[in-house]
Ligand binder design. Sequence first.
Ligand code: SAM
Length: 198
Amino acid sequence: MEKYHKYVFDIDKRKFLGNFEEMYINEDIEGYDSWHQDKIPKEYVELVSTLFKKDQFENVLDIGCGKGALTNLIRDKLNIQHMTAIDISPTAISKARKRYKQIDFLVMDAFKLKFNNKFDLVICSEIFWYLLRDVRLFVSLYIPENPIGKEIIATERDLVNLIKKYFRIKKCGKYLNRVYVLARKEFGNLNIPNKNSK
Ligand SMILES: C[S@@+](CC[C@H](N)C(=O)[O-])C[C@H]1O[C@@H](n2cnc3c(N)ncnc32)[C@H](O)[C@@H]1O
């Protein structure tokens, strides 16, 4: 078992814990890199470069960016002008900010997004699984006419299939949680409402 697992799951009780902040705080003390996110696999670097080669993006949002290594890689490879990245953990965001100065890192919960602007690409990498506990809310934030009620979402695959109806998904990796959601202008940008504004 990896050292960081104990902050995410209680294996004995088979329960999701989601103590992400505690996990990031203890990284240096216990000596681990959560999900080995700082070491991006070579194939992943190639994937990002080839999949998005022809696309031009101005405004990109990365949801659940952790310490920002992947966010930075994507920004670099795709030559993105304005990159925003959010994570629920203040410690992860503080580490990310120190490393990658050209990205706007914000502490924010994926369930409580506060943006008025539109994004033409939203990255969700290794994050869906952690949002499944409240998948209805998550989906309702992204899909123009809320389809909840007509759909039953039980697994991550269902979530991906549902999103696929509305957005083009660039890549469903070997593991389904490696998913990039792509919403291009021709589909209508993702307009993430600011829940605090009317
Ligand atoms: C497996 S890591 C993925 C990190 C990065 N996206 C990558 O692919 O390397 C999952 C990240 O999701 C964040 N996270 C979990 N629940 C979240 C939520 N509700 N809102 C925002 N971030 C969340 C965690 O803090 C963690 O950094």
